[in-house]
Design a protein around this ligand. Structure first.
Ligand SMILES: [Zn+2]
Length: 907
């Protein structure tokens, strides 16, 4: 080995499809351990605990230790009680078998400890594993460390206080003097404060107050005084700062008598240095947004004996902190990439405090499918749209568990693969036979690597995942020929990622492994058996029949979840599930569907699909972000996509001007609103994707919605008869039912009496399939024949009502017909809101991710959405009357929950 790594470390070259953490040599067995020096024993236990903590917090894995005692026998000697005890103490319900399994590998004298992911089993247990919290608090006259199990409640209480504390003065909170001890505590605080102001004290002087929650006396009559102060100071500062603040007096004994630190044993300059040094190292974690630092001061008070200076009392005054101060970074670990890392105080606090987003008024719109309170540490909340199929039904429809036989899923893909690769079906059958697997699901993907976000290897024919009761989950990677011999390594990498995704994204909380197998087409069962890499897992990792459907549901989450657009709005990341149709489009074979037109009705999630296909293109063709171009008409939508950092995002106008030498694939959104007058964008996009060489052409997918055409000009698309192949999105997921019925009415109008050149026959067919998948009714108000002033008053009054009901500027958009109109209304509204004493900020559509109310033209808000939308006089100018229905549809479909259409009288 080139370099000796310090233990524990993540071992990279292992046949296990799991994270393997090496803890070095350990003495195993009760007798042998009892004979070992305690210092060495503690060191070994420390390494094992740290490795276990890191694995518990990051999805589970394997701890590998080499038995140091040569004559070790696992059956005879066991593991050692102190090791088992240390591991048991780490986990929430102290049930050892639920989390850990041991295997002894005689060949290399290794002991393997299999670690399942942490999962809180009640709302009281902490969300992650910690060896220590680094937090202290005062408990009457004592300073205590906060244990990992107490920490969750401690942090929650602090977070509640943090919100209130904002406008209070430092010191104890003013309480009503109902209890005499509270009264007394306050008196002590006041006396301590008075004492703190003095500069001159006397030896043997008796103080008129005692130790309390807010006061601690310390006395170190030794030469090591600075060292001792350094040892205790961080704990006291953390404790006082976390418990309403207080005073630490060094040089006063327990009984409250001044003894002083002799001037010959303490150097006050060094002391100040020590205090400043400690202060700089204390980590703070904030729940609040003001983020102030630690505040404390210290002073030295001179102590006299018979008129001459004897020494000093060192006083530290600690202000309460808004959130929490740690005496040291929490002793909690995780695995990032291939490193075991200690969490920062901020990361630790965020994980400890993670909760499901408060979706208040939206909670009826979504049902929680995966809640962070009883899931592995790294999972995020997942919601399904309650108007559509729930997770369980999605699983039953995609991956039904039959009682008999091996079911190949998806049907169409497995058939396609079997006909394309003769021999594949027999190869798989032989594997099932060898495994004696008679019932279960074999789930095919062109590449499971792509499905879990890894690049695809070109020699892979397909991957099949076996999920069956009484078997370990297995991943079969099938290649044609494999001259480089990367098959197993590749399969192992996918299996490991898949396992981590099932736990960390899919929320699967039981013991789980995915065993990789590499199969080569055209080889027989014996050849495959000979080339097999053996990977052994404990029997507890075999799936039971109840595990099977849970695991399949986690699989649905990792395949169908996408980051919700509401995440930005709520400031908390969570996920929604795709509809089956959206998923079907996304999983199309990109090698076959290089070009695709996706017609979507308003609110059917076109942009969601567009962004997800970009991720998929990256993995299928192993390309970089700058090889994919996303083109849309408006700047605001471009800004949102740009923020994702997954591709180059440009507007059509910029696209026509620019040069994109690195681009190979193009995804176009909202194409119906493009224009042909600045140049032939379609031709340019086509030429980019055709490339200029013998290589495979790139992907060109075009998302469009003719019904939302916002101008009467030519859009530059090929004629509808040439828009093939084609897919449709017809299930509305964005708009509440009342808003949806207004939309449906407009859509019907548009296709019944088409005013502009759109393929209305085909759109009629789309409309026949239109369906609202939104569960809430929402509201839709229309007012006609109003003066500008009436409209302005209505908007101002209604907004203030929404604010009272808990909505914020982020929820509202006010959309006018033109940018010019928007300017006029901005002036009028600002004036009116000021008279209403309303402090609101207006922004343009470009700042859609900001906090202000968006006030802009309908056109510029295209592709975006808000909970509440005011459509102000949505009537086109007289030369464009042919798009009046489309314009109305555009504004209506921007609203998720509440819509107000307000028309001026001269219209
Ligand atoms: Zn704070």
């Amino acid at each position: 080995m080139a370099m000796q790594k310090s233990h524990p470390y993540v071992e990279l070259f292992t046949s296990y499809p799991d994270r393997v953490v090496n803890v070095g040599k350990v003495i195993f067995g009760e007798r042998a351990r009892n004979k070992t020096e305690s210092i060495l024993r503690r060191k070994q236990i420390g390494n094992i605990s740290q490795a276990a903590c890191a694995l518990l917090n990051s999805g589970g894995g394997v701890i590998k230790a080499e038995a140091e005692n040569k004559d070790y026998s696992y059956e005879e000697h066991g593991i050692g009680q102190d090791i088992e005890k240390a591991l048991t103490e780490l986990i929430p319900s102290k049930t050892f078998q639920k989390y850990f399994d041991f295997e002894y590998m005689r060949g290399n004298n290794n002991v393997l400890i299999f670690v399942k992911s942490w999962c809180g089993d009640s709302s009281f247990s902490p969300r992650i594993c910690s060896l220590g919290t680094g937090l202290c608090r005062r408990s009457l006259t004592h300073t205590k460390t906060v244990s990992p199990t107490e920490a969750a409640q401690f942090l929650t209480e602090k977070a509640v206080f943090a919100r209130r504390k904002h406008d209070e003065k430092p010191g104890p909170r003013p309480k009503k003097a109902l209890l005499s001890d509270v009264q007394q505590e306050d008196n002590i605080y006041v006396s301590a404060e008075r004492f703190y102001r003095r500069d001159r004290l006397f030896v043997d002087e008796k103080l008129n107050f005692t130790e309390s929650t807010h006061v601690e006396f310390k006395n170190f009559p030794t030469k090591n005084i600075l060292k001792r102060i350094k040892e205790i100071l961080a704990n006291y500062i953390s404790a006082f700062a976390n418990t309403q603040g207080g005073f630490l007096f060094i040089g006063v004994d327990d009984k409250g008598t001044v003894v002083g630190c002799g001037k010959d044993i303490i150097n006050i300059y060094e002391l100040k240095g020590v205090i400043e040094d400690v202060k700089g190292k204390l980590p703070i974690a904030h729940f609040c947004s003001s983020l102030p630092g630690m505040e404390f001061e210290c002073k030295t008070m001179e102590v006299y004996e018979n008129q001459s200076l004897y020494g000093y009392v060192c006083a530290v005054r600690i202000q309460p902190v808004c959130c929490v101060v740690f005496s040291d970074t929490p002793d909690s670990w995780t695995v990032k990439g291939n490193e075991i890392t200690r969490m920062t105080a901020q990361e630790w606090t965020a994980l400890m405090m993670a909760t499901d987003p408060e979706i208040s008024d939206l909670c009826q719109a979504f049902s929680a499918e995966l809640s962070v309170s009883c899931a592995p540490p790294l999972t995020k909340s997942v919601f399904s749209n309650s108007g559509l199929v729930c997770l369980q039904d999605l699983q039953k429809s995609l991956f039904p568990v039959n009682s008999n036989g091996i079911t190949y899923k998806p049907d169409s893909l497995s058939k396609e693969l079997f006909s394309e690769y003769p021999g594949l079906e027999d190869l798989m059958k032989a594997q099932m036979k060898e495994l004696q697997c008679t019932r279960g699901l074999l789930i095919f993907e062109k590449s499971w690597a792509v499905a879990v976000g890894l690049p695809k290897s070109q020699c892979v024919v397909c991957d099949a995942l076996l999920i069956a009761a009484d078997k370990y989950p297995m991943l079969y990677t099938v290649t044609e020929e494999d001259p480089s011999g990367v098959g197993f390594e590749y399969s192992k990498r996918i299996a490991q990622t898949l396992k981590l995704n099932l736990v960390n994204d899919g929320g699967y909380a039981q013991k789980v492994c995915v065993i990789p197998r590499h199969l080569q087409l055209g080889t027989n069962i014996q050849q495959n058996r000979d080339s097999r890499v053996q990977v052994k897992y404990p029997f507890t990792y075999v799936l039971s029949s109840t595990d099977v459907s849970d695991l399949l549901q986690s699989l649905v989450i990792i395949l169908l979840s996408f980051r919700s657009f509401l995440s930005d709005k709520l400031g908390c990341e969570f996920f929604n599930l795709l509809t089956l149709k959206q998923y079907e489009i996304l999983t199309k074979n990109l090698h076959k569907f290089k070009k695709l037109f996706i017609y979507g009705l308003p609110g059917t999630g076109k942009t969601v699909v567009a962004l997800s296909i970009i991720e998929r293109i990256k993995n299928v063709f192993c390309c970089d972000s700058d090889e994919i171009l996303y083109i849309c008409e408006n700047l605001p939508l471009k800004t949102i996509v740009e923020n994702r950092n997954i591709c180059q995002a440009v507007t059509r106008v910029a696209f026509l001007k620019g040069n994109y030498p690195s681009a190979k694939h193009v995804v176009i959104d909202e194409a119906q609103n493009f224009r042909s007058e600045n140049g032939d964008w379609y031709d340019k996009a086509k030429r980019i994707t055709q490339g200029n060489g013998p290589g495979e052409p790139g992907v060109l997918w075009i998302f469009l919605d003719y019904l939302q055409t916002s101008h009467p000009f030519l859009c530059g698309l090929p004629p509808p008869s040439e828009q093939y192949p084609q897919e449709w999105l017809t299930v509305g997921v964005r708009n509440a039912t009342q808003i949806y019925s207004t939309m449906l009415h407009e859509m019907q109008n548009i296709v019944d009496s088409p005013q502009i050149d759109i393929p209305f026959e085909r759109l009629k067919m789309l409309l026949n399939e239109a369906k609202c998948g939104h569960p809430l009714s929402g509201t839709c108000t229309v007012q006609t024949n109003w003066e500008k002033d009436e409209i302005v008053t209505y908007v101002a009054v209604t907004c203030s009502q929404y604010f009272q009901n808990g909505y914020s500027g982020k929820d509202i958009a006010i959309l006018c017909n033109t940018a010019e109109e928007a300017k006029t209304y901005l002036r009028l509204l600002q004036h009116k809101m000021r008279r209403f004493r309303q402090d609101v900020r207006f922004t343009k559509a470009d700042a859609v991710l900001g906090n202000g109310i968006v006030l802009d033209s309908i056109r510029r808000f295209s592709g975006l959405e808000r909970n509440i939308v005011f459509g102000v006089n949505p009537v086109p100018n007289p030369t464009q009357m042919e798009i009046s229905d489309s314009l109305k549809l555009c504004v209506v479909s921007r609203a998720n929950l509440h819509l107000h259409l307000l028309y001026e009288s001269n219209a």
